[in-house]
Design a protein around this ligand. Sequence first.
Ligand code: CU
Length: 165
Amino acid sequence: MDFVYGRVVMLAIFVALGPTREAFAAKHEVGGSQGWDVTANLGSWASSQTFRVGDQLVFKYAPGLHSVVELAGEKEYKNCDMSNTLNSMNGGTSMVRLDKPGYRYFTCGTLGHCAEGMKLKVNTLPANESSSSTSVSTSFASAASGFASFVMVIISMSFMLIGMI
Ligand SMILES: [Cu+2]
């Protein structure tokens, strides 16, 4: 019985660890409450955020009215030059994963919207220590506190109850 309980606790630790480590990756809803729109102050929104590798940008907009176009670089971004684009999305909710450090540039593909300021420059910083997949011990140390330990206790208790039936 002790052996079984030990294994259940181990399992509970792994289960508790998964979602906690995921939670370090943030979702940034572009433009805040205004969303991806010409009325949003995208420059000040961007400067209010800290973007890290593993985070996601979420563009929310009226499909058909706006779109999301990723531009090749700073020059294209400055000039609203859409002759050299990397990617284009138009579904109304577009997710972009920030998979490496550095700058990325986005605008709207609708004629005139870029010139009206509907564009976004994102500077992605390296991931936090705790969100790196190599630093399991660091992750565990932070995961072991607070909510995670609570979840662990609940999970191991439910496994014990199941075992009793
Ligand atoms: Cu637009």
